[in-house]
Design a binder for this molecule. Sequence first.
Ligand code: UD1
Length: 369
Amino acid sequence: MKKVLSVVGARPNFMKIAPIDRAFKKYSDRVEHIIVHTGQHYDRKMSDTFFEDLELPDPKYFLGVGSGTHAQQTAKIILEFEKVLEIEKPDLMIVVGDVNSTLACSITAVKLGIPTAHIEGGLRSLDRTMPEEINRLVTDSISSYCFITELSAKINLLKENFNPDNIFFTGNTMIDSLYFALPKAEESQIKSILGVEDKKYALITMHRPSNVDEKDQLGSLLDAMVEMSKKIEVVFPMHPRTRKNLELFGLEEKVNIEGIKIIEPLGYINFLALMRSACFVLTDSGGIQEETTVLNIPCITMRTSTERPVTIEIGTNTLIQPNYESIISTFNKIMSGNYRNGKIPQYWDGHAAERIVDVICKNIFKFEF
Ligand code: UD1
């Protein structure tokens, strides 16, 4: 019996691991799959709801590390995760994405001689001021295997001398979750609860430190939302980091107006329901750029770079400078009906996790069939 241990920590990790857990069921007589939750995200709305929505089983270990500076958070995860690895001694560890838990757990495993597979490896924004870029670079450089979502990742990894035999183009497990949850999203009541109609609202998310940690920057992005709300209803599920800063900077009044609905972070299914019927999405997220591409919903990404270029090249994503003028000029383009349709990237078909688990069993564990 082989043992595989997968790590989740923050909100964007849950949808990437849920389909992997389901795919391992096919090999349940030969592989034990264990989930560890670091507790980087801990609020019910940032974590528990996702386990329910995605039918992800409870983690065997919850490390409860919580918030802190990057050093504190990373250090706490390393200390706690090492204890788990010493008990479980897995044959392979899986990390996903680019959050602090990804970096902390991969370093811990590699130092104990445990091979690591990075799902969503190889993505690069080339912006080293983003904490996620550092997490991606370090995790890939010490991982034994990278499973990639788009071909740009292969080019990046080869430039960094990653062994080409250990790069597997298997697709996007986050999109597996999207297809899994779409029928449930159709049943969601969130639009009637909020009183919004299909295609008559803009959906906004924003939490990057570079957009929300400084008063002037946050203020000017909020001004753009106020301007948009004169022409279209705005729904804004607010990340805890953004809400904390909004209160700290005394900016609540600015957006406390009729056309803007600021709500708590939503669970996966309700958010998906809002995304698929939105007129467009304005965001600084990573994953939402990919989800809107699959849903064929225009996405405006308020960032100076993206690590997911395929969403721009063939998807529905447009990268804009995160400032008032750029947001409003792209907004006007969308409102005049001049926005392109996108295509769905290769292997974003709902079966990425099955391909990944097949590679693990056949190529890495060398099971005979
Ligand atoms: C993290 C990831 C980011 C990802 C985002 C998705 C890193 C470096 N960043 O950013 O890549 O896009 O998650 O949400 O790993 N907080 C709560 N409740 C929670 C979690 C956080 O109130 O359940 C608040 C805390 O005040 C905390 C702050 O949000 O200090 C930031 O949380 P943290 O996990 O440090 O980073 P995120 O901004 O969420």
